[in-house]
Design a protein around this ligand. Structure first.
Ligand code: KG4
Ligand code: ZN
Length: 342
């Protein structure tokens, strides 16, 4: 049976809509919000307003590109959380309106689960390699850093997570200190390619939890290095930008890989995936692929367009939930924090 799902994502600063038929992606439209760049971070109120402006044209374009009429959709999948409440409200309310107007059921999706299930999206011209269950997923985004054991599309267990900052936050905050634009992750990634990763040494954490992470110590150590060196030479950051970026990126990757390797050993799992915005990082992608070659893992590195926030991942998650009859009522409301992965 063919199932067609419209996915809507509005949890942070990207308004996105996608159409999927079974597991094959028919369209994936993303409107990014440039309005936040000059503030050096996402301003929630401005994000909600931009979503409100973008959502109708984005959904309309996604349906047109897919060649699907609104009344031919089987279900509307939307991000219920976690994310910015005002942003989530726009997507959720829009989904409700479309649901009532066309008598189509709604399916709520956890954004984090969406990132992970992006590994099951197929493209019209090619089948993608998918991990076998159970697999381990290193989920690294702007708000979360977790190791998740994935037993099926609907059974996930967080086995490790950050006790303070997320990896993406470490990238973004350190970039801000260096005067780099928001979001800092992609800028650091680019500058790091020209730098020496051994130039500077930053603190690596000792975290009690076997598979847990911490990034706040690294951030402080980065900040202190900059403060001390800038006191000696005001041009220090400008002169050493590439080396600072390369060293910082290498430290973040080492912290992530250390725990990921530990988890694969402890659980005896050799299918290993990465997901979330930070999985766009070229250094991390190479490091995971290399660890996989050395340790006999099958590694799953997402296409760049599925790493940062997108509605294709919400649509594929909605597909699996709809198949199981997991429909949401019209009284569903968004949740800023969702501790559970399901
Ligand atoms: O998944 P995502 O788009 O949104 C959240 O759910 O948080 O992740 C955004 C995060 C930001 O912190 C951004 O700096 C980071 O992903 N990011 C990167 C790269 N591209 C995006 N971090 C490092 N290297 C990149 N190439
Ligand atoms: Zn995300």
């Amino acid at each position: 049976m063919e199932i067609t799902i419209l996915g809507i994502e509005s949890s942070c600063d990207d308004t996105s809509a996608a159409v999927i038929r079974n597991t094959t992606l028919l369209s994936n439209v993303i409107a990014s919000q440039a309005v936040h760049v000059k503030y050096g971070g996402v301003i929630p109120e401005l994000a909600s307003r931009a979503h409100q402006q973008n959502i109708i044209p984005v959904v309309d374009t996604a349906l047109k590109e897919a060649g699907v009429k609104a009344d031919k959709i089987d279900a509307i999948a939307f991000t219920r959380g976690p994310g910015l409440l005002g942003s989530l409200l726009v997507g959720t309310s829009f989904a409700k309106g479309l649901s009532i107007a066309n008598n189509i059921p709604m399916v709520e999706v956890n954004h984090l689960q969406g990132h992970i299930l992006s590994h099951f999206i197929d493209l019209p011209d090619r089948k993608m390699p998918h991990p076998d269950f159970p697999f381990l997923c290193l989920l690294v985004s702007g708000g979360h850093t977790q190791i998740v054991k994935v037993s099926s599309p609907l059974e996930m267990e967080i086995i490790g997570s950050t006790i303070d900052d997320a990896a993406g936050e470490a990238f973004d905050k350190c970039a801000k200190v260096m005067g780099l634009p928001y979001p800092g992750g992609p800028v650091i990634d680019r500058l790091a390619k020209e730098g020496d990763a051994k130039a500077f040494a930053f603190a690596k954490p000792h975290v009690k939890g076997e598979f847990d992470f911490s990034f706040s110590g690294l951030k402080t150590s980065f900040l202190y290095t900059l403060r001390d060196r800038v006191a000696e030479d005001p041009d220090f950051v400008e002169k050493n930008k590439a080396d600072l970026c390369a060293s910082l990126q290498k430290t973040i990757i080492d912290i992530l890989l250390d725990k990921l390797i530990k988890a694969t050993k402890a659980l005896g799992i050799k299918d290993v995936a990465i997901a979330g915005g930070v999985s766009a990082n070229s250094g991390l992608r190479e490091a995971v692929a290399e660890a996989g070659r050395r340790r006999g893992w099958r590694t799953f590195i997402p296409e760049l367009k599925f790493t940062t926030d997108n509605a294709a991942m919400i649509a594929i998650s909605g597909y699996y939930r709809y198949q199981q009859g997991m429909i949401s009522g019209l009284d569903v409301s968004p949740v800023a924090r969702l501790e559970e992965i399901l």
